[in-house]
Ligand binder design. Structure first.
Ligand SMILES: *[C@@H]1O[C@H](CO)[C@@H](O)[C@H](O)[C@H]1NC(C)=O
Ligand SMILES: *[C@@H]1O[C@H](CO)[C@@H](O)[C@H](O)[C@H]1NC(C)=O
Ligand SMILES: *[C@@H]1O[C@H](CO)[C@@H](O)[C@H](O)[C@H]1NC(C)=O
Ligand SMILES: *[C@@H]1O[C@H](CO)[C@@H](O)[C@H](O)[C@H]1NC(C)=O
Ligand SMILES: *[C@@H]1O[C@H](CO)[C@@H](O)[C@H](O)[C@H]1NC(C)=O
Ligand SMILES: *[C@@H]1O[C@H](CO)[C@@H](O)[C@H](O)[C@H]1NC(C)=O
Ligand SMILES: *[C@@H]1O[C@H](CO)[C@@H](O)[C@H](O)[C@H]1NC(C)=O
Ligand SMILES: *[C@@H]1O[C@H](CO)[C@@H](O)[C@H](O)[C@H]1NC(C)=O
Ligand SMILES: *[C@@H]1O[C@H](CO)[C@@H](O)[C@H](O)[C@H]1NC(C)=O
Length: 443
C-alpha cells in the first residue's frame, strides 16, 4: 500500500515535470523526484544535480544592479568516456562473481550497464533551462529585445547543449519576447578561457585522491568482495561502482540500485571528501599550476566590468576578444558556459573558497570551506553583479546563490566591495599569472 502510494506520487512527479509547459509552473526542485534524499544527492558533489548553496537575497536597497556576468557549468551528464570504461571494468568483475551471498548485491544477477557517454542527460537539460528561466526572472530589468544577453560556450557538445537549453529557458520565461542566442562557441583545441585545456605541465590530483582511497575504501571493498566471491574488486573498482549511484540516478531520474550499496556502505562523507581532494589538487589551490588556468576568464570579466579592451596574455583568443561581434563591451548581461575544473581554476585564481591550510589527504577537516557540493555541482554558477550604490560602482559575487564574503577586496557585511577594489584585488590575473602561465609550457 505504502509502496503504491509512493509509486503514484512519483508518477505524478514525472508526468507533471514532463507534460506541463514549463512557463506555467513555478521553478521547482527538479531533483526532488529522484527518490534519494537531498543530503545523499549533495554528497555526490560534482555529480550532484544542481542545488543552490543558499537562498538568493537581493543586494542592499541602496544598490541597483546594472550589469550581470554568469559563468555556468554544463548540466548533469553521463560519465565521461574514461569514467565509463572504468565503471564497465568494475561492473564486469562484479558480474563475474560465482554467486552473491550478500542480499545487497542480489540485483547484480540481472543488472546490465547501459549508460551513454559524455553528453548531457535530460535532467541536465531541464536544470539548464531552469537556470535560464531563473536568470530572466531575476534580471529581467536589465534586458530587452534590443539588449539581449551575450552568450558564449566552450566547444564540447554538452556545454553547447547547456547554453542552448539556457537560452531556450530564458526565452520561455520572457514569453518569447527576449530570445538570446549562443553567439560564440570557443574551440577546446585552441585558446579557450572556458576550459582547462592550455596547461600541459599541470599535475593532477591522483596522489592525494589515491591516498584517501587507500584509507576509506578497503573496508567497503572487503564487504563487497565478501558478498561476491570471485569478483576480486579493487578499491578503485569500489569507487567506480559508487559513482553509478549518481550517474544512473541523474540519467534515469529513478533511484539507481547502486544507491542501496552507496547508502549501506555509508559512503556519503568519504565520497564527498574524495571530490574535494580531486578538485582542490586538480585545478584548485593545491595544484601549483591550477589557478593560472582561470586567469584569462578573470581578465575578460574585468574587461566587461570596466568596459575596457581585454588585457591578457594567457588563455584568451585575441581574434575573438578584439572584435565587438564576438566580445562586445556594451551589454548588460553576459552568460558563459564551461566545465567544473575550469570554474575551480577561476575561483582559485580569484581567491574564493580559500583555505588557511591545504586539505589533508588522510584527515578531513570538518570546518573546511572547500566543499565541492557547494562549489561545482552540475549546473553550478558564479554570478557577478555590478552595482550602482549611490553613484559608487561596486560588485557582489554569488556562487550557487551564496553571497561570497569577498574579504580580499574589503567587502562589507553584505558582500559588496567597490569595483576598483575588486579589480585591484585581481593582481594575479592582471599580471597574467605572475609567471605561472609560462610554467604551463616548461619541459
Ligand atoms: C558461492 O561461491 C563460492 C565460490 O564458488 C562457494 O564456495 C560458495 O559455497 C557459494 N555460496 C553459495 C551460498 O552458494
Ligand atoms: C532475475 O530475473 C529473473 C527473470 O526475470 C527473475 O526470475 C529473477 O528473480 C531475477 N533475479 C533477481 C535476483 O532479481
Ligand atoms: C553594441 O555595439 C554594437 C556595435 O559595436 C551595436 O551594433 C549594438 O547595437 C550595441 N548594443 C547595445 C545593446 O547597445
Ligand atoms: C537541450 O539538451 C538536450 C539534451 O542534451 C538536447 O537534446 C537539446 O537539443 C537541447 N536543447 C536545445 C534547445 O539545444
Ligand atoms: C581564435 O579564434 C578564431 C575565430 O574563432 C579561430 O579561427 C582561431 O583558430 C582561434 N585561435 C586560437 C589560437 O585558438
Ligand atoms: C585479484 O586481483 C589482483 C590484482 O588486482 C591480483 O593480483 C590477484 O591475483 C587477483 N586474485 C584473484 C583470486 O584473481
Ligand atoms: C579597443 O580597441 C579597439 C582597437 O582594437 C579600439 O578601436 C577601441 O577604441 C578600444 N576600446 C577601448 C574601450 O579602449
Ligand atoms: C593563444 O595563446 C597564446 C598563449 O598565450 C598566445 O601566444 C597566442 O597569441 C594566442 N592566440 C590568439 C589568437 O590569441
Ligand atoms: C589563499 O590562502 C593562503 C593561505 O592563507 C594564502 O597564502 C594565499 O595567498 C591565498 N590565495 C589567494 C588567491 O587568495
Amino acid at each position: 500500500m505504502a509502496f503504491s502510494i509512493l509509486a503514484s506520487l512519483l508518477f505524478v512527479c514525472y508526468a507533471y515535470a514532463r507534460a506541463v509547459p514549463r512557463a506555467h509552473i513555478p521553478l521547482r526542485d527538479t531533483s526532488a523526484c529522484l527518490d534519494v534524499t537531498r543530503d545523499v544527492q549533495q554528497s555526490w558533489s560534482m555529480y550532484s544535480p544542481y542545488f543552490p548553496a543558499a537562498t538568493y537575497v537581493a543586494p542592499p536597497a541602496s544598490c541597483q544592479i546594472n550589469q550581470v556576468h554568469i559563468i555556468q557549468r554544463h548540466g548533469a551528464r553521463f560519465p565521461t568516456s574514461g569514467a565509463a570504461k572504468r565503471i564497465q571494468t568494475a561492473v564486469a568483475k562484479l558480474k563475474a562473481a560465482s554467486n552473491y551471498t550478500d542480499p545487497l548485491l542480489a540485483f547484480v544477477t540481472n543488472y546490465t550497464y547501459s549508460l551513454g557517454q559524455d553528453s548531457l542527460v535530460e535532467l541536465g537539460a531541464t536544470q539548464s533551462s531552469e537556470a535560464g528561466q531563473e536568470a530572466f526572472t531575476r534580471y529581467s530589468s536589465l534586458v530587452s529585445a534590443d539588449e539581449l544577453p551575450f552568450v558564449r560556450a566552450s566547444g564540447s557538445d554538452r556545454v553547447v547543449a547547456t547554453a542552448n537549453n539556457w537560452t531556450a529557458g530564458f526565452a520561455l520565461a520572457s514569453s518569447n519576447s527576449i530570445t538570446p542566442v549562443l553567439s560564440v562557441i570557443i574551440s577546446e583545441a585552441g585558446n579557450d578561457t572556458l576550459d582547462d585545456n592550455m596547461c600541459p605541465a599541470a599535475g593532477d590530483s591522483d596522489p592525494q585522491v589515491n591516498q584517501w582511497l587507500a584509507q576509506f575504501a578497503p573496508p567497503m571493498t572487503a564487504r563487497l568482495n565478501a558478498g561476491a566471491p570471485g569478483a576480486n574488486l579493487t578499491d578503485t573498482d569500489t569507487y567506480n561502482l559508487l559513482t553509478l549511484c549518481p550517474f544512473e540516478t541523474v540519467a534515469t531520474e529513478r533511484r539507481s540500485e547502486f544507491c542501496d550499496i552507496y547508502e549501506e556502505l555509508q559512503a556519503e562523507d568519504a565520497f564527498a571528501y574524495n571530490a574535494d581532494l580531486d578538485k582542490f589538487y586538480g585545478t584548485g589551490y593545491g595544484q601549483p599550476l591550477g589557478p593560472v588556468q582561470g586567469v584569462g576568464y578573470i581578465n575578460e570579466l574585468i574587461a566587461r566590468l570596466t568596459a575596457q579592451n581585454v588585457s591578457d596574455h594567457t588563455q584568451t583568443n585575441s581574434t575573438l576578444d578584439s572584435s565587438p561581434e564576438t566580445f562586445p563591451l556594451n551589454r548588460t548581461l553576459y552568460a558563459d558556459f564551461s566545465h567544473d575544473n575550469q570554474m575551480v581554476a577561476i575561483f582559485s585564481a580569484m581567491g574564493l573558497f580559500n583555505q588557511s591550510a591545504p586539505l589533508d589527504p588522510t584527515t578531513p577537516d570538518p570546518a573546511r570551506t572547500f566543499l565541492v557540493k557547494k562549489i561545482v555541482p552540475f549546473s553550478a554558477r558564479m554570478v557577478v553583479e555590478r552595482l550602482d550604490c549611490g553613484g559608487a560602482q561596486s560588485v557582489r559575487l554569488l556562487v550557487n546563490d551564496a553571497v561570497q564574503p569577498l574579504a580580499f577586496c574589503g567587502a562589507d557585511t553584505s558582500g559588496v566591495c567597490t569595483l576598483d577594489a575588486f579589480v585591484e584585488s585581481q593582481a594575479y590575473a592582471r599580471n597574467d599569472g605572475e609567471g605561472d602561465f609560462e610554467k604551463c609550457f616548461a619541459t
